[in-house]
Ligand binder design. Structure first.
Ligand code: C2E
Ligand code: CA
Ligand code: CA
Length: 580
């Protein structure tokens, strides 16, 4: 009896412990966020147990239903259960392997990480099976999104910069081993800033998006499309035939751009693109070098007036490299005021008297080896990077200082011409600055002539006209330089508030050679006279030209024949000879 009681107590205690440990395991399973399906094949019918965080209703249905694997899976995953089932069977066969399964249910996609473990008896009949299923949809989605962000441009869906470069590198490597080439095209929307200003950033983005999606259509086995900047796309073409496939793509793009892009606000937008193309390995030793060079020729395409394609040429690259070095040296020269002014005399054609001089900037080499480069080369660079402003300030200051110096020393009436860049003239404080300098050096404004070119009128015609009127109101003279090289139309000349016209030197060369050029030259002089302007002939190099000009009644002559540009010291010698 004692014995039996002991046995019962022991069993009860054991049972309690079992219940407690079962509770604990259930609890752990539920907390694990994993569903466990336990199949007990020893029972008939097979007993199925579900443990874990699962829809209660599903659990109930399963519990109250005789075991049927496919029914169960049906409940859990409405569609696609066959796929799931096959997958689970495969897992079983392979033993312990786990895998990720993509399941579609009610149009929703989710991913399950599944793990199956089966035990068998000696005759290889299954005894028990546990399948653990974990819903990893969220993790998967996040990593897919991260992957997307890592490879793609979120606005257009083409490759982003990093990934494109990686792809391009791979293409170049492959091209190396197959001894072929890879082309890269930079495709840049022309005047995108203006487009943005007119339709707003949001629609600007939409336009880029539309265009990017169009370009994405070129993606393929041998073509990769990427986006590098706001409106800059790149297309890499693996080129096994060695043909210029970029040409074909360019023509297709041109074709597309003939029709507008329609934005969501129903605006129809048209635009053009500029394209730069470089080829690996011709245009560079590394993939990155080729990319860089394609970008450089893109800028060349822009410079050449946009809406065009530019292929890589060594000359373009060399010029670019030279410009960069000039830019760097310019910066130093500005800091050290490393420039000089030369002066080229101008004479009245009729009397032969000195009219004055044109101040021309020179950039001497600090080591004394002549000049670093000519103004024709460095002035345009300085105009592009803004260095023209401090350079212009130096020129004005130096010219006025010299003029006041000469006036005090030689008392000769003379007009000093100063070249003014369009970039400087556009600055708001230009008029104030120059009139301040004139006052500072006590200069009579009537002895100053500002030389401007027609380019100043391109952007802000009215504004520039107002400024010129103010300058002339202060007494200064204004002359139109390089006449005949720009957009000059004779009819617009009469609207310009100027004093002098300088006919570009290219005209005098032909005027003495052929009759039709001569007629043009002569009519320009006539018209200029009628409009009340003084006329200067530039670049007069020969006696023949000189006689011709005198015969045609030109007012003023400037050129190598009568005097090259010379230093301040040299010009003083010339002035001394003028003193009566
Ligand atoms: P530009 O204003 O048309 O200046 C006349 C250019 O023709 C000068 O070249 C002068 O040296 C050159 N020249 C004069 N007579 C003859 C001739 O008989 N034959 C030939 N072949 N050339 C002649 P430079 O000094 O090299 O200047 C080139 C251009 O650089 C200038 O053309 C002007 O646009 C710009 N520049 C020069 N100095 C300045 C400056 O101080 N400020 C600005 N903004 N631009 C300047
Ligand atoms: Ca000039
Ligand atoms: Ca000129």
């Amino acid at each position: 009896m004692e014995d039996l009681k002991y046995q019962i107590d022991l069993l009860t205690a054991l049972n309690e412990r079992l219940l407690a440990s079962e509770k604990m395991y259930r609890h752990i399973a539920e907390c694990s966020g994993t569903l466990f399906m336990y199949f007990d094949y020893k029972c008939t019918p097979t007993k199925v147990d579900l443990v874990g965080p699962w829809d209660d209703k599903v659990g109930e249905k399963i519990a109250n239903h005789p075991y049927d694997e496919s029914y169960m899976l049906n409940l859990l995953f409405d569609e696609d259960q066959d796929k799931f089932r096959i997958h689970m069977l495969e897992l079983e066969r392979e033993g312990l392997e786990s895998d990720t399964v993509e399941v579609r249910s009610r149009n929703k996609r989710y991913w399950l990480s599944c793990f199956a473990n089966v035990t068998y008896d000696e005759d290889h009949n299954p005894v028990e099976k546990i399948i653990s299923i974990k819903d990893i949809t969220k993790i998967k989605m996040n990593s897919e999104e991260l992957e997307y962000l890592a490879f793609y441009d979120s606005l257009t869906g083409v490759y982003n910069r990093n990934y494109f470069v990686r792809k391009f590198r791979d293409m170049c490597e492959k091209a190396d081993s197959e001894k072929v080439s890879v082309e890269i095209m930079f495709v840049d929307i022309d005047d995108f800033k203006k487009i943005n200003d007119s339709i707003g950033l949001l629609f600007g983005d939409e336009l880029v998006q539309e265009f990017g999606q169009y370009l994405k259509g070129f993606n393929g086995e041998d073509v990769n499309v990427g986006r590098f900047g706001s409106d800059v796309f790149v297309i890499a073409i693996y080129n096994p035939c060695g043909q210029r496939s970029s040409d074909v793509i360019y023509r297709k793009i041109q074709e597309r751009l003939r029709h507008p892009f329609t934005l969501t606000n129903k605006t129809e937008m048209m635009f053009t693109v500029s394209v730069g193309v470089a080829e690996y390995p011709d245009a560079g030793r590394t993939a990155l070098e080729v990319i860089k060079n394609a970008e450089i020729v893109l800028y060349k395409a822009k410079e050449r007036g946009k809406n065009g394609i530019q292929y890589f040429e060594l000359d373009i690259l060399n010029k670019f490299i030279k410009n960069i070095s000039v830019e760097k040296q310019l910066k130093e020269a500005i800091e050290t005021e490393g420039f000089q002014l030369y002066y080229q005399p101008q004479y009245y054609a009729a009397s032969g008297n000195l009219r004055g001089a044109e101040a021309l900037i020179r950039w001497p080499d600090p080591e004394g080896n002549g000049f670093i480069t000519s103004p024709g080369e460095f002035i345009p660079i300085a105009e592009k990077n803004g260095a023209i402003i401090p350079i212009g300030n130096f020129v004005t200051k130096e010219a006025l200082r010299t003029l006041s110096d000469w006036r005090n020393k030689y008392h000769i009436p003379m007009i000093l011409s100063i070249n003014i860049s369009a970039v400087a003239l556009e600055k708001e404080n230009f008029v104030d600055n120059i009139s301040h300098a004139i006052n500072l050096y006590g200069i009579n404004p009537e002895t100053i002539e500002l030389e401007i070119t027609e380019s100043v009128f391109i952007n802000n015609f009215e504004d520039v006209i107002d400024k010129i009127k103010t300058l002339r109101g202060l007494g200064m003279r204004v002359s139109l330089d390089d006449f005949g090289t720009g957009y000059s139309s004779l009819s617009y000349l009469k609207q310009l508030p100027i004093d002098t016209i300088k006919i570009d030197r290219s005209f005098i060369e032909t005027a003495v050679k052929d009759d039709s050029s001569s007629i043009i030259y002569e009519s320009v002089i006539q018209m200029s006279k009628k409009l009340g302007f003084e006329t200067v002939a530039e670049g007069v190099e020969t006696k023949e030209q000189f006689n011709y000009l005198r015969e045609k009644n030109i007012d003023i002559i400037q050129g190598y024949l009568l005097g090259k540009p010379i230093s301040k010291v040299e010009f003083e010698k010339l002035l001394i000879r003028q003193v009566p």
